[in-house]
Ligand binder design. Sequence first.
Ligand SMILES: *Cc1c(COP(=O)(O)O)cnc(C)c1O
Length: 351
Amino acid sequence: MKLFTVGPVEMHPGTLAVAGRQLPYFRTDEFSRTVNECDAMMRTLTGAPAGSRTVLLTASGTGAMEMAVTSCIPRSGKALVIDGGSFGARFCEICETVGIAYDRIRLEPGKSLDPAVLDGRDLSGYRALLLNAHETSTGVLYDLPAIGRRCRESGMLFIVDAISAFLCDEIDMAAMNIDLLITSSQKALALEPGLSLLVYAPAALEAAAEVPAVSCYFNLSSYLSNAERGQTPFTPAVGIVLQLHERLKTLVAAGLAAQVKRTAGLAQHFRRQLAGLPFRIFSDHPSNALTALAPTDGTSAHDVYLRLKEEGLVVTPNGGALADRVFRVGHMGNITEHDLDELIRAMKGLS
Ligand SMILES: *Cc1c(COP(=O)(O)O)cnc(C)c1O
């Protein structure tokens, strides 16, 4: 079985070895040191500006999206959401559930946001722009530098869900004016699901200081005060924190650029071999993280997924309205060009 999914993905031997060990007790100086080192390595890999803080949250990525929204935007504030698919829609759902007003810029599936659209709007009433750096449901990577510049000019916080973009495409919080960046364990970090990370730049920390807590579990201020001693308010996913530490050490040693280059290389290798096959790349601005494909010969995308899975090759099916139109091939995690060649051979055998 080989995973070409978007999370969980194929894990690396180093983190699998950590996952096989007995867990330690965690209210200790040793564990605090591990957490502090994760904080520092995350700030390095995200290009976080001086004074940024990392929060470790035991929750799937959606939990971190909810914490990001509720920690920085008060109930009296308003958000602007870019909705290009199911993850953009999730930001809207979060705002609705917690009672934060929002406006939505809805994009056609597979289409990127033209940053000029923001120039034509009055942005003065918004506390924050909520954006998924990479809309994982369709494979669209947004123009972060251009959107970040508009956020800075208009005084909106730029809150970026980089859950599937981190380590795949270039991200630099300081250079792109990102005030709060979210990622989680099961995408390109290639760890077990269950741990999320939020990197707050000083502007987001300042904004959050004025926002009253609306949740006990997702109360940012208790995460920040506990983090001062390398701890979390509640029992963290101890095992995944240890996996994270192992993985971040490897990534920092090699450098972010090397990791992005590796993923870009896999994506290009895969896409080169699509010529002549009955599939069209669905996104008008594809990320390195995955290739979203639409069959052009009338085959159901979901059937393609099922038939490949029978051969032990697990691509990612889409849900909802795109279920029969689109499936996705992930380029994250411990996969090689050789694995992608095997998938291409199987795709050729389908017709
Ligand atoms: C995977 C993902 C999430 C998080 O989904 P969970 O199932 O809650 O982990 C959020 N946003 C994006 C863009 C993602 O790719």
